[in-house]
Design a protein around this ligand. Structure first.
Ligand code: AHG
Ligand code: MN
Ligand code: MN
Length: 285
């Protein structure tokens, strides 16, 4: 029987190595940019190399795709699984010492959200944590005394209290501003660090809320990349009992992805807040 354990173990090893690199290495920019036009930090490139090396030992992996590389890499033509990852999400927050993360989406055979079988994220913060979504469970691990120890499983509530609104407000559509203002008028509290991993982790662990990154006049399809950021968190939120939709009201996991670096407007949250998104966006799905 196929097991994903070697993949989870490789992610744990790379998490430990990346945490050490964040602590020990400097936060200089390199002279290169990635496919989305972001100038890469030396740490973005190093994290990518660490993960690619840990995955290179696993015959089950057919291909990997990284936010930091233009094209996919075929590791084993006879392998079964494809893994897309953002090696260091929120890396520009490292120089102000805020939490950052790594994000992984694991697919059966092809880069199709409907073929996703597991998703994982790692949080590099005051503590090192990992969350895995696989076979119906969202499991939460914390690194303590040199190994990852499991905490309680994660379930999101029906309605939360936190609001994490992404994107530049100046460029938000009017109905989006009305949605965000309405939630604040209802008593929601602002929780937005600019790192989607800790921001979405906080909403999951504190029982619910809304994280949004809308389409804007300057970026009609939003900023967050489907393969590297949006699909893995959509999978994790749905498995935890939450919802993950686009600005038409459809499930993010039903979207296609023509180019590995394509982006989508995205909304992650609990039932109540996602119903409000649909209402304000006039979504019929
Ligand atoms: P990355 O560092 O991998 O480029 O991604 C950063 C992302 C995400 O973590 C965050 O939610 C978003 O960028 C923040 O964007 P804004 O500053 O536009 O809100
Ligand atoms: Mn990212
Ligand atoms: Mn990144």
């Amino acid at each position: 029987m196929r097991t994903l354990e070697p993949i989870f173990e490789a992610i744990k090893k790379s998490a430990f190595r990346i945490q050490k690199a964040i602590t020990d290495e400097d936060t200089d920019y390199s002279s290169q940019s990635n496919q989305s036009g972001d100038i890469q930090l030396k740490l973005d490139i190093l994290s990518d190399l660490i993960i690619a090396e840990e995955f290179s030992y696993i015959p089950l992996i057919k291909a990997i795709a990284s936010e930091e590389k233009e094209e996919e890499d075929i590791l084993n033509p006879d392998g079964e699984l494809c893994i897309a990852y953002d090696p260091l999400d929120g890396s520009s927050l490292i120089d102000v010492n805020l939490s950052v993360g790594s994000i992984f989406g694991i697919y059966d055979g092809e880069w199709d959200a409907k073929k996703m079988i597991a998703a994982v994220y790692v949080v590099y913060g005051p503590r090192l944590e990992m969350v895995t979504a696989y076979k119906g469970n969202v499991r939460h691990f914390i690194y303590r005394h040199e190994r990852f120890r499991e905490l309680e499983q994660i379930h999101i509530g029906e309605k939360g209290k936190l609001n994490g609104p992404g994107g530049t407000q100046q460029f938000w559509p009017t109905h989006h501003k009305q949605l965000i203002d309405t939630l604040f008028d209802e008593g929601y509290r602002l929780r937005y660090s600019g790192g989607m991993v800790p921001d979405l982790h906080q909403i999951l662990l504190k029982g619910g809320g809304l994280f949004s990154y809308p389409g804007t006049t300057d970026k009609p399809n939003g900023k967050l990349r489907k393969l590297f950021e949006v699909f893995p968190f959509a999978y994790i939120y749905e498995l935890a009992g939450g919802y993950a939709i686009d600005d038409k009201g459809g499930r993010l996991l039903e979207l296609g992805c023509e180019n590995p670096h394509d982006t989508s407007a995205c909304f992650f949250g609990s039932k109540y807040e996602i119903d409000r998104v649909k209402e304000f966006y006039g979504a019929t799905k």
